[in-house]
Design a protein around this ligand. Structure first.
Ligand code: FES
Length: 234
């Protein structure tokens, strides 16, 4: 199996957990597999990749009940893998988009700088199709806290700002027959332990004891505009 095909297979969840990773040198980051969870619409119907609107901020929670992620249809095939590094200089290869047109990507919505994330009250981080006065980049995930910007077509690599590493990628499996999507794991620098430690009090109020509950079964995907009362633009 070619390296690129293998990494796509990892992303599609068809490589058994614990399988050796050919071509990955010691010390590099391996995909981390969590529970397999089907992405659905707000009504519980399976989400079809062809029906996901382009350039629209969609949000779901994975791999835990309280950890938000962006689901984006970039509106064009994203088949080029990206070679990236975590903050501690461990390399990994993001395999590209999935779905019927290879245009669907997903990332943790927890900024790798100071862990800004979208809540039901407010969001300082979101995908922007257009350039803004504070960003010379279009089509980026922009965190308004200190203006870190990430390239969603490049594995969420850092384009600007103080972020020390890309957003962690969410690995998606696509079923071509049904055009359905599952979240299966993560790739890259996870921030979940820091996130739970930093926001322990707030998460306990919002989620009670369920904050760390694994996101399994069916996960609703909603527009950020519906999930969050106020989006900060910058
Ligand atoms: S928390 Fe996102 S740029 Fe600082």
């Amino acid at each position: 199996m070619e390296r690129r095909e293998f990494m796509r297979a990892c992303a599609l969840g068809v490589v058994a957990a614990g399988a050796a990773l050919p071509g990955v040198v010691q010390g590099e980051v391996e995909p981390r597999m969590y529970g397999r969870a089907r992405l659905t619409d707000a009504g519980g119907a399976p989400l079809k990749s062809r029906e996901i609107p382009a350039d629209t901020n969609l949000i779901f929670h994975y791999p835990f009940a309280a950890t938000p992620c962006f689901l984006l249809n970039l509106g064009r095939p994203v088949r080029q893998p990206a070679r990236l590094k975590t903050a501690d200089a461990k390399a990994y290869e993001w395999p590209g988009g999935v779905g019927a047109h290879s245009s669907i990507v997903a990332y943790s919505a927890i900024c790798s700088h100071r862990l800004t994330y979208p809540t039901r009250d407010i969001s300082f981080i979101s995908y922007r199709e257009e350039r803004t006065p504070t960003s010379r980049h279009a089509r980026v995930i922009h965190c308004c806290s200190e203006h870190s910007q990430y390239d969603p077509a490049g594995g969420a690599k850092v384009l600007a700002g103080p972020a020390p590493q890309p957003l962690a990628a969410i690995l998606l499996e696509h079923d071509p027959a049904g055009d359905e999507l599952w979240a299966v794991g993560t790739l890259g620098g996870e921030m979940f332990n820091d996130f739970f430690a930093k926001f322990e009090f707030r998460l306990a109020i919002e989620h009670g004891a369920a904050a760390r509950r694994p996101a399994e079964g069916a996960i609703p995907v909603v527009e950020l505009a519906q999930f969050c009362r106020q989006q900060v633009k910058c």
